[in-house]
Design a protein around this ligand. Structure first.
Ligand SMILES: Cc1cc2nc3c(=O)[nH]c(=O)nc-3n(C[C@H](O)[C@H](O)[C@H](O)COP(=O)(O)O)c2cc1C
Ligand code: SF4
Length: 395
């Protein structure tokens, strides 16, 4: 997959050793303040402010603290972390050292998507090289008394293990099932200890911010969604690939860049995101408008949108961990409903009940998987009712 647009924040020049040594010469509070001022929000999807997370984990009491990198990258249509893990591993580990210094952690873990096992060798070589250069281990990056190291844990292919509390359960050797929150991982995470879990892109962005300054970062993006973001673009467009764009780019401008002007819809945020139709292409991609962890799937004029909804719902029914009823029952029931629509046998009254079930799932499911599972179905139905209900379905 070609990488395009390589000159803004994440893909700009940075020497990790130099950046780390400079950063670790500063006070923790000052570094966290810089991250807070930058307005950086987590790049894994939920958009929680990174400075606040590190401040909470730093303030939490615990003999051991952990920094965990979420490299599970399971959202359909997302592959930007794979590029970072392949080409910017040292930047990632540098970002984790920075986070560890800020919160006072001694151990770091990368939770690597099972399908990315082939990256393990390169990642381990990078870790070994950093140890040789004293960028990991005792007196890490020249900071006397600061010791930190990282190991890699391979996932086993469950999408729900990307959810941070399920990820922690999996790290501890349990079934990958989300925990009740609160307590949050910043106080009660891995092995019950304070833990900062962040996305691959978040760590790398944070390192750029402390090196180049919050003001520099804020030059990109919008006031509520600062900086740039990586987008994994796939589907019916001429130039798929990984792109770095400023936050706040309109869907229309993004489509122009990737050669997808003919699209009839764009799925922003992967299976758990929202289907944006042509009349909404003026929307911006930002936390305050259409939000995404980075997956952009373009649908051309001939795509069957009911098939798209079915495909996503099959995914959720398969990946639901089954722990809570709204998600376990809801994903299967919505899938059956979509199959009825496909056969033109879904009465309108039942369709309204399906939408109502979807809305209940959004509120009542225990974790983000069940809460977002109905999103694509509901937005596709809203935008493509004419296409889906083109033939009579009965009352
Ligand atoms: C079902 C589900 C899957 C998720 N998968 C990922 C993932 O693959 N990578 C990721 O960084 N965050 C994922 N998240 C979000 C994490 O729970 C968490 O918010 C994130 O790792 C925090 O990092 P950030 O603040 O840097 O974004 C997922 C959430 C849910 C509900
Ligand atoms: S919402 Fe789904 S994935 Fe999340 S805990 Fe409930 S059953 Fe499991």
């Amino acid at each position: 997959m070609t990488r395009r647009k390589t000159d803004l924040v994440l893909f700009s020049e940075l020497t990790v050793e130099k950046a780390l040594k400079r950063a670790l010469g500063r006070e923790r509070a000052e570094l966290i303040g810089e991250i807070r001022d930058s307005g950086l929000k987590g790049r894994g999807g939920a958009g929680f402010p990174t400075g606040t997370k590190w401040n909470l984990a730093g303030a939490a009491q615990g003999e051991r603290k952990f920094v965990v990198c979420n490299a599970d990258e399971g959202e359909p249509g997302t592959f930007k972390d794979r590029v970072l893990l392949t080409e910017y591993a040292e930047h990632l580990f540098g970002g984790m050292v920075l986070a560890a210094y800020c919160i006072g952690a001694g151990e770091g873990i990368v939770y690597l998507r099972g399908e990315y096992e082939y990256l393990m060798r390169g990642l381990k070589e990078t870790l070994a090289s950093m140890r040789e250069r004293h960028l990991l281990g005792k007196d890490c990056a020249g900071k006397k008394g600061f010791e930190f190291d990282i190991h890699i844990h391979l996932g086993a292919g469950a999408y729900v293990c990307g959810e941070e509390t399920a990820l922690i359960e999996s790290l501890e050797g349990h079934r990958g099932e989300p925990r009740n929150r609160p307590p949050f991982p910043v106080t009660t995470g891995y092995l019950g200890c304070p833990t900062a879990v962040n996305n691959v892109e978040t760590f790398i962005t944070a390192l750029h911010i402390v090196e180049k300054g919050a003001a520099w970062f804020k030059k990109f993006g919008t006031s509520k969604s600062t900086g740039t973001k990586l987008f994994s673009v796939s589907g019916d467009c001429a130039r798929p690939g990984v792109y770095e764009f400023p936050m706040g780019i309109t869907v229309a401008n993004l489509l122009k860049e990737v050669g997808g002007e003919e699209a009839k819809a764009v799925q922003v945020g992967g299976a758990s995101g929202r289907c944006v139709a042509r009349h909404e292409f003026g929307s911006t991609i930002a936390f305050e408008d259409v939000s995404t962890g980075g997956s952009i799937i373009v649908f051309g004029p001939t795509r069957n949108m009911l098939q798209v909804a079915k495909n996503f719902m099959e995914f959720f029914a398969e990946e639901s961990c089954g722990q809570c009823t709204p998600c376990r029952y809801g994903t299967e029931t919505l899938l059956e409903g979509i199959k009825l629509l496909e056969q033109k046998k879904c009465p309108m009254k039942y369709l309204r009940e399906l939408v109502s079930l979807g809305e209940t799932m959004q509120i009542a499911s225990k974790c983000g998987l069940g809460q977002s599972a109905p999103n694509a179905f509901i937005s596709i139905l809203q935008n493509f009712k004419h296409e889906i209900l083109a033939h009579p379905q009965g009352e």
